[in-house]
Design a protein around this ligand. Structure first.
Ligand code: 13P
Length: 253
């Protein structure tokens, strides 16, 4: 039985003060037991949010990292720097980074390996474009290939540390979600790919769904056998709405 994983991806939203206010408002609203919860704020709010969440069931996550340990990489942040701040999860290969900043599968794979080596848990994002979806039929193949290539070099012994997020690009920030049945089909295909890559460890890997998840549609998605949580953008920016999602995902531990 996989414990659901609900992660807030705040993208480029919230100042330090806003992140602190969010934590203060969220914690009393959280339901008592169930899903594992994490918040990925902008880098600038990590330290303050980490302090505000200390002693709570909500974990700290980051939105990105560079695969290198250190060096001349202006504007980048290394995995060990995120571990030092108390991050547990780090999003790797979000479609916005792939699309806007040209991150390739190879680069994402290097990042995933570096995160694992630093003791962090990568959330590896995959998902097809509208073009691929419209072409019909081949989306699962495209997304499974993207997953395999984004996991190149991951040692099987560390596979259970991974989470995967299936985020169809056409569903991100559009208000359009995959139906629970269509999402389940893709998640089952991804699980099969993970079995091929890692054997029995695949059963422990949480596969999250992302793309316009909000209170009201999360429960039906999470009821599917291979949907093990959600990666949430817009609906995670408001404490009431994130708490409602935590309740639909099975609460906090
Ligand atoms: P929305 O929930 O705003 O559609 O964003 C999804 C996402 O990209 C989470 O990583």
């Amino acid at each position: 039985m996989r414990r659901p994983l609900l992660v807030a991806n705040w993208k480029m939203h919230k100042s330090v003060a806003e992140a602190e206010d969010f934590a203060a408002a969220l914690l009393p609203l959280l339901p008592p037991a169930g899903a594992e919860l994490a918040i990925a704020p902008p880098f600038t709010a990590l330290a303050a949010l980490g302090r505000a969440l200390r002693g709570s069931p909500v974990l700290l996550a980051a939105q990105n990292a560079n695969p290198a340990e250190s060096g001349a990489f202006t504007g980048e942040v290394a995995p060990a720097m995120l571990a030092e701040l108390g991050c547990r999860y780090v999003i790797a290969g979000h479609s916005e980074r792939r699309g806007l900043y040209g991150e390739s599968d190879d680069f994402v794979a290097a990042k995933v390996c570096a995160l694992l080596a630093a003791g962090l848990r990568p959330i590896v994002c995959v998902g097809e474009s509208l073009e691929v979806r419209r072409a019909g039929g081949g989306a699962a193949e495209v997304v499974c290939r993207q997953l395999q290539n984004s996991l190149a070099g991951v040692p099987a012994g560390l596979a259970a540390e991974l989470a995967v997020a299936y985020e169809p690009i056409w569903a991100i920030g559009t208000g359009e979600t995959a139906t629970p049945q269509a999402a389940q089909q893709m998640h089952a295909a991804l699980r099969e790919k993970l079995r091929g890559l890692f054997g029995a460890a695949a059963e422990a890997i949480r596969i999250q769904y992302g793309g316009s998840v909000k209170p009201g549609n999360a429960a039906a998605l999470l009821a599917q056998p291979d949907i093990d949580g959600a990666l949430v953008g817009g609906a995670s920016l408001n404490p009431e709405s994130f708490a409602a999602l935590a309740a639909e995902s099975g609460g906090a531990s």
